[in-house]
Design a protein around this ligand. Structure first.
Ligand code: PRX
Length: 658
């Protein structure tokens, strides 16, 4: 058979094959390869979770693994004491001080390498500096920074002095920054002058300053100078230059503060059903144990590996799997500042090749782009260092999965399709790569110790083959503990739907739809609340709607997610104008601008459809499902319950005409 024929044959096999065994060579060296681990967790639950905690160094051992007396306010590793920064840095110094902790690659090609020793030094200096500025234990420090090394440095410095950080994605708007700082009563901000995108310097400090104007409390701001002469910036009153500050504390050593296992490590804001972002609270002991354990068991990270997660640290994936998990294991974590297609579409593969990356963890939206760009880009490079591939953030379609498997992994790397959320802290549903077969398109079974199921409206399991709602029936160490200063919303958002408090049955509802197969594999179908997933980024439709209705001339707006070939989902906005206003190009631009200003360019509507009415039920509720069907040009669901059925075909025509 010729090479070409072989390729055709393989392609056909890959199309057909629905199950892939873990490659033997991988299994032989896997961190976890004994299938008994599943029973072990089941039979010895919750004590089996000590296995995760034992991957860390504790100053004082816990005296109880799980305290469930105040459900759903669970506590893990009760009375245990530790420090996250000491676990990510100090404990590696003796054996691995000279090994690389962070390998940073700037978009313009410059690099910075931090050994554990060097990272430890800068984190100590930064911690001393923050303390000098007045940061005390339990003060929330906000960070509004792109992918530059000072971000993980500042996070670990905060962890060292017991000050929770709250990282705001740099692509978010000034408004989004202000909302989050106000909500967290945060009096400190670490930000930077700007960064590079596609080779050009991008001003960031103006956005930060604009946000600070709306912050209710006085805030001290530290500014990293990333752009040097490429961007002149003046520091306002109360703003301090990062380099000068750290230089003032050269050689300083800060004793890691002893934190209780349940003390807050960080806050991370995420979108929910209502317009107000939720401040998800993660703790020191449970979270760090959980991300370290999953980095070890799922990503198969070993200290001597070079591991790369291409997410942004501004999202939970970067917190858990660029910073905390990998560094706790003493590995080399790669950080890349820029975009995957700059200067060319082989940038990622060049980095894998140059640094001999062992594991690559990325998002389906990126894989879809690579696929579209074509095989020629990965083919330019030697990718044989890769041992494992991962995906996260959204469902991956089997075609993209198989492309990733073949063209990036050369059929030699297992793929872990990991389902989890900001709230879960770490991975929940995925195959253990050294044990389980992979099924493209299906994330896999719940991890050992995780009890997940798919249920119907009344909470009864639907069994194999039928769609329902994903639920988690038992607590886990990495779970969020509450929403910042809002226990009530925490219960309403996650526990109200399926729990039966009278019977002490507490069920966590992640607001995702899912399907089980006969082997217990879970295929995640997507959000069932008013949250949409654009390129793996979670956006609340209400937040977008409230930005749109703030535009002069807009009377009402409904936002839904429509399918999108590259982004997974895209924002569709249906807008009713006020009397006397015309729904034309100008208003559309204003609407797009308002969304970018309120949230950021990631929330930019793909389409703005002007209509004089929205489809509503007789009780006045907007029929979002119908609007989704229209966006997707799908066959429409039942319209008989509508108060105004005529409007449907009118909107349909507009969308199709666009
Ligand atoms: O809908 C699920 C989807 O992303 C949501 C969580 O978003 P976020 O909190 O921003 O965290 C993203 C990174 C962990 C989930 O509710 N999601 C995440 N991973 C997957 C997924 N959907 C399908 N398959 C996945 N592997």
């Amino acid at each position: 058979m010729s090479d070409e024929e072989l390729d055709v044959e393989l392609e056909a096999r890959l199309e057909e094959q629905e199950e892939f065994e873990p490659p033997e060579a991988f299994v032989e060296q896997a961190n976890v390869s004994d299938p008994a681990i599943y029973e072990e967790f089941e039979e010895n639950w919750p004590e089996a979770w000590e296995r995760a905690a034992n991957l860390l160094d504790w100053e004082e051992e816990w005296d109880q693994v799980l305290d469930d007396s105040e459900e759903p306010f669970y506590e893990w590793f009760v009375n245990g004491k530790l420090n996250a920064s000491a676990n990510c840095l100090d404990r590696h110094l003796d054996d691995r001080g000279d090994e690389v902790a962070i390998e940073w690659i700037g978009e313009l090609g410059e690099t910075r390498t931090y050994t554990y020793e060097e990272l430890h030094r800068e984190v100590n200096e930064c911690a001393a500096a923050l303390r000098d500025l007045g940061v005390e234990e339990d003060d929330v420090v906000t960070m509004y920074m792109p992918m530059i090394p000072e971000l993980p440095v500042a996070m670990l410095a905060c962890a060292r002095i017991g000050a929770p950080h709250s990282v705001v994605f740099a692509g978010f708007s000034a408004d989004a920054l202000a909302t989050r700082m106000n909500s967290a009563d945060s009096e400190y901000l670490v930000t930077c002058d700007g960064y590079y995108r596609r080779g050009d310097p991008l001003d960031h400090i103006s956005k930060a300053n604009e946000g600070l104007e709306d912050v209710e409390q006085d805030a001290t701001t530290v500014v990293v100078d990333r752009l040097g002469d490429d961007l002149d910036h003046d520091l306002a009153e109360g703003q301090v230059d990062y380099d000068a500050l750290v230089a003032d504390h050269e050689g300083a050593e800060v004793e890691p503060v002893t934190r209780d296992a349940e003390d807050m490590l960080f806050l991370m804001y995420t979108s929910g059903t209502t317009g107000k972002p939720k401040g998800v609270k993660h703790t020191t002991g449970g979270y760090l144990s959980y991300v370290t354990w999953t980095s070890h068991a799922v990503l198969d990270i070993k200290a001597e590996d070079t591991y790369w997660c291409s997410a942004d640290i501004g999202w939970i994936t970067g917190h858990s799997y660029i910073v905390y998990g990998p560094l706790a294991l003493g590995t080399t974590s790669v950080m890349y500042e820029g975009t995957p297609d700059y200067p060319d579409k082989d940038r990622l593969w060049q980095i894998v090749d140059d640094y001999d990356v062992d594991q690559l963890y990325t998002a389906p939206t990126a894989i879809r782009a690579f696929m579209k760009w074509g095989e020629e880009y990965p083919e330019r490079h030697d990718l044989s260092s890769l041992r494992l591939l991962g995906t996260v953030g959204e469902p991956i379609n089997p075609r993209a999965w198989k492309w990733y498997y073949k063209h990036i992994g050369n059929e030699e790397c297992p793929i872990v399709d990991t389902w989890w959320q900001t709230e879960t802290g770490g991975m929940m549903v995925t195959t253990l790569p050294g044990i389980k077969n992979m099924k493209p398109g299906s994330a896999g079974p719940p991890l050992p110790g995780i009890s997940a199921d798919v249920v119907d409206n009344s909470g009864d399991p639907v069994g194999a083959g039928r769609a329902g709602y994903l639920v988690v029936n038992k607590p886990w160490p990495g779970m969020l503990r509450t929403l910042y200063k809002n226990d009530e919303r925490f219960i309403n958002e996650y526990w109200d739907e399926y729990s039966i408090p009278e019977r002490d049955e507490w069920v966590y509802f992640p607001e995702d739809g899912a399907k089980l197969d006969e082997d217990g594999y879970i295929t995640v179908l997507g959000r069932v609340d008013d949250v949409i997933n654009v390129s793996g980024h979670r956006l609340g439709t209400m937040e977008i709607e409230s930005a749109i209705v703030g535009v002069e001339g807009v009377a009402e707006a409904a936002v839904v997610g429509g399918e999108h070939e590259m982004k997974g989902e895209a924002v569709y906005a249906y807008v009713i104008t006020e009397d006397g206003y015309e729904g034309g190009a100008d208003l559309r631009d204003e609407i797009v601008g308002a969304v970018e200003e309120a949230i950021g360019p990631i929330a930019r509507p793909e389409a703005v459809v002007f209509t004089h009415e929205l489809p509503k039920t007789r009780s006045g509720k907007i029929m979002r499902r119908l609007l989704e069907d229209i966006a997707n040009e799908d066959e429409l669901g039942d319209t008989s319950t509508l108060r105004n059925p005529d409007v449907v075909s009118e909107i349909q025509q507009k969308v199709q005409g666009d």
